[in-house]
Design a protein around this ligand. Structure first.
Ligand code: GUN
Ligand code: ZN
Length: 436
C-alpha cells in the first residue's frame, strides 16, 4: 500500500458470504472502520483495530451513519425514466400503450441526452453504484448514454436494444444494421473506464432467428461481453413465443439454440418457468434479474424464489424502471420480502439476505464479484453512506439501539433516497446529498 489511507468511521454492514448458505453471513460492526487506499478497501473491522493498523491515516468521523456496499441493479431501462408510475397495465399492453411510444422519442439525440442525465442522476441518488442497463433502440441514443455514463463515475453495463419484428416499426432495425451498430458501440465503449457492453435483444417476441444469430455472432467474437434480455415474464408472452418458435421446447430453449445462456447472461423475470428451465439455467451458470416491484405492478406474477434456490439458479434484484416503481434497491428488497411472505411456496427473507440480494448477489450475477459486492480487502471501495433524517421513523427505531439484524431490517423497510447521504465508486465521491 503506497498511497494515502483514509478511514471512514461508522457502523458497517456487508455480506461477504452468501446468507442463503450461511446463517451467520451478516457482518455487522457497530463502531466500524473502513480503510480505503487507492480506491480499494484496505481493511474493514472494528474502528480501534483499523486505526491501529493505519495510525497515520486520515479519519472521517461518520458516526451515526451506516456504510453499506454500493447497490447493484441488474435490470433497469434507461429510456423509461419518464414513464414511471404508469399503473393499470399488464406487460404487453403496457409496451404498446405507453412504453414503445416513449422509447421512439429517443431517436431525438437532444431528448436522449436529457434522459441519460436524468436516469444516471437517479441511480446515484438511490445509492446504486453498478447497473446492467437495458438501453435504447438507436445507436445515437446509446452514444449519448455511454458518454454520460462514462462521466457519471458509475459502473455501467449496457447495449443497443435489438428488435426486428413485433414492435412499432420506428424501433426495429435489420439484423445487418444491428450487427454493424453493435460492433461500432462495442469498439468505442466496451471496457472503457467503468463501462462495459451487453448484447441486448429486447425479448424473443421481437427478435427473428437471423437477429438471434447476430447476438450469437457478437458474443462469439468477444466472450467478455454480457448478454441480457427478458424471459418468462407473462403467460401471454410465453404463449406467443411458443407460437413464433414452434421448434422450441420452452422459452429458454429459444435463447439456448443461439448459445445465449451462459455466464454473464442475465435474464429478467423468469416467473412462469419450470424445473427443466431452472435446471438448465443452473448448468449454464446464467443469472436471473428478479424485479419484484415490476412483477407486482404489471401483474406478471410472484417470482418462484424457493424453486430458484432449490435449483441453485443465481438471482439478484432489478428495479425494472419503468415497469417497476422507482430506482430504490432497498425498496426492491422489501418488495421481495413482502411477496415471498405470501408466495405459494412462502419464504421469510432475513435482513442479511435482503442486503446480499441488493449487493453481492448482483455482483455475482454480473460476474463482477472479484471486484465489488462487499467490503473484502482488495475490492473496490464502492459504498453508500446512509443516515436516517432527524425525526424520521427510521431515526426513532435506530435510536432505540436495537440489535444489528433488526437495525438492518428497519433500514430496508424505512430508508429511501432521503437517507443516501453520499455514494462512492472506487473511493471517489460520485454523489453528495448536500450538493444536490
Ligand atoms: N419485455 C419486453 N420489453 C420489456 C420492457 O421494457 N419491460 C418489461 N418489464 N418487460 C419487457
Ligand atoms: Zn425489463
Amino acid at each position: 500500500m503506497t498511497g494515502p489511507v483514509q478511514i471512514l468511521r461508522a457502523s458497517i454492514f456487508n455480506t461477504p458470504q452468501n446468507p442463503f448458505d450461511f446463517s451467520d453471513a451478516l457482518v455487522a460492526i457497530e463502531d466500524g472502520g473502513l480503510a480505503v487506499a487507492e480506491g480499494c478497501i484496505a481493511a474493514c473491522d472494528d474502528y480501534s483495530r483499523v486505526s491501529r493498523q493505519f495510525p497515520d491515516a486520515a479519519v472521517r468521523d461518520l458516526r451515526g451513519s451506516y456504510l453499506l456496499p454500493g447497490f447493484v441493479d441488474t435490470h433497469v431501462h434507461y429510456p423509461q425514466v419518464r414513464i414511471l408510475g404508469g399503473l393499470g397495465y399488464s406487460v404487453l399492453d403496457w409496451l404498446q400503450g405507453l412504453t414503445l411510444p416513449e422509447e421512439a422519442k429517443l431517436a431525438d439525440t437532444k431528448y436522449a441526452n436529457q434522459i441519460s442525465g436524468e436516469f444516471l442522476q437517479q441511480l446515484k441518488s438511490h445509492g446504486t453504484t453498478t447497473a446492467l442497463v437495458f438501453g435504447a433502440h438507436f445507436e445515437s441514443a446509446m452514444t449519448c448514454f455511454f458518454e454520460a455514463g462514462g462521466q457519471s463515475g458509475l459502473r455501467i453495463i449496457s447495449g443497443l436494444v435489438l428488435s426486428d419484428r413485433g414492435l412499432t416499426p420506428a424501433l426495429q432495425q435489420t439484423p445487418e444494421a444491428a450487427y454493424e451498430q453493435s460492433k461500432s458501440l462495442i469498439r468505442r465503449f466496451h471496457r472503457k473506464g467503468r463501462l462495459a457492453y451487453a448484447v441486448t435483444p429486447r425479448f424473443a417476441l421481437s427478435a427473428s432467428e437471423p437477429m438471434l444469430q447476430v447476438c450469437e455472432a457478437l458474443r462469439r467474437e468477444d466472450a467478455s461481453l454480457h448478454f441480457t434480455t427478458h424471459v418468462n415474464e407473462n403467460p401471454r408472452e410465453v404463449e406467443e413465443v411458443a407460437r413464433l418458435f414452434p421448434w422450441a421446447a420452452d422459452y429458454l430453449a429459444v435463447y439456448e439454440r443461439y448459445h445465449l445462456a451462459g455466464r454473464r447472461s442475465i435474464f429478467a423475470h423468469n416467473i412462469h418457468t419450470c424445473d427443466s428451465q431452472l435446471h438448465r439455467l443452473s448448468v449454464h451458470g446464467a443469472a436471473i434479474a428478479h424485479c419484484p416491484c415490476s412483477n407486482a405492478a404489471l401483474g406478471s406474477g410472484i417470482f418462484p424464489m424457493k424453486h430458484h434456490l432449490d435449483a441453485r439458479v443465481r438471482f439478484a434484484l432489478g428495479s425494472d424502471v419503468g415497469g417497476g416503481t422507482g430506482f430504490g434497491m432497498m425498496k426492491e428488497a422489501l418488495q421481495a420480502y413482502l411477496l415471498q411472505r405470501v408466495a405459494p411456496q412462502a419464504m421469510t427473507l432475513t435482513a442479511a439476505q435482503m442486503l446480499y440480494l441488493t449487493t453481492r448477489a448482483g455482483a455475482e450475477a454480473l460476474d463482477m464479484d472479484a471486484e465489488i459486492g462487499d467490503f473484502t480487502p482488495g475490492k473496490a471501495a464502492d459504498l453508500v453512506v446512509l443516515q436516517a433524517p432527524q425525526k424520521s421513523p427510521l431515526a426513532g427505531v435506530l435510536a432505540a439501539k436495537v440489535d444489528p439484524a433488526r437495525a438492518l431490517a428497519a433500514i430496508f423497510t424505512l430508508a429511501g433516497s432521503e437517507c443516501i447521504r453520499e455514494v462512492q465508486v472506487g473511493g471517489e465521491v460520485i454523489y453528495d446529498i448536500a450538493a444536490n
